[in-house]
Design a protein around this ligand. Sequence first.
Ligand code: F6P
Length: 356
Amino acid sequence: MKIGMLTSGGDCQSLNASMRGVAKTLYNNLKDVEIIGFHEGYKGLMYGDYHTMKSKDFSGILTEGGTIIGTSRQPFKLMRTPDENGMDKVEAMKKTYKKLGLECLVVLGGNGTHKTANLLSKEGLNVVSLPKTIDNDIWGTDITFGFQSAVNIATNAIDCIHTTAASHGRVFIVEVMGHKVGWLTLHAGVAGGADIILLPEIPYDIDVVVKGIQKRTEEGKKFSILAVAEGAISKKDAALSKKKLKEKRAKSPYPSISYELGAQIEEKTGQEIRVTIPGHTQRGGSPCPYDRVLSTRFGSAAAQLILKKEYGNMVGMQNGEIVKVPLEEVAGKLKMVDPESSFIEEIKALGISFGV
Ligand code: F6P
């Protein structure tokens, strides 16, 4: 049996652990299996850039971050646009799949990756996928691999900031990854004891943010820590049309929302502000034990879908159980933080502000 495998989109800590889980299960259950690793995601499938992997390639990679077969972003919206040489990308991927005589394609990726996985499945390829992203925003699974490792890193960043913020009596903004959803900021913010948490799903009022900081100052607390998602947005900006918002951002002198917010807070409170951005460190390094276990389970479950020929599915976790979710249910949906959820209510009850 010939199986293709690719990792697509932004990398994260537990990709190798997940591939190892798939491979070990296949090698353990099939006498004759050959795994083809496509280089740099869908690009490798399009351009026939791959190598045949050996069982030893999957040894010793459980703890290794990144991806041993490389990754790239291939936007779904451009999948139907021919490349610079006029090549039809979808047809090219189907051609490589058929030429190699693959039984199935195993895809490890996030939201964009799943849209393409669903497209390929609809085009007749056998596809099985695994939910990867530090953003934890894939629909159909309670958790994605990579998320918990990133929470640990972002939390550590906030922990480190705590001591210096307290010593200097400063206001610190820690910008956490996540343009569209705030799971990572929410978890790291709560775990790191942030005083104010700003998420894309809950547009903030700058006056409420400032009041939150002033209240802490009045209570004799000299420092404040804000955990701010990359995609945090003010109520004012959220009310703008997409076009107007794009124009505003293009003219902005600030490299990111945190700097804009920092300047506004400094002006309104007179307090010293510092911005810290852990950035891509949140996607780097070794997967945490939770992710290693999750990836191993996801990998085994994905291989079992192949053994049972249950194609067109993603493996996911729902209420502590590994499940299969049809790709067409996953594709095109985002799992966002619900501002009305009990999670948000519990945190609000502590006095932690979401800027509203
Ligand atoms: O989707 C994962 C993610 O790390 C997001 O949290 C972040 O906004 C984005 O990727 C960064 O993308 P890139 O690595 O292409 O800069």
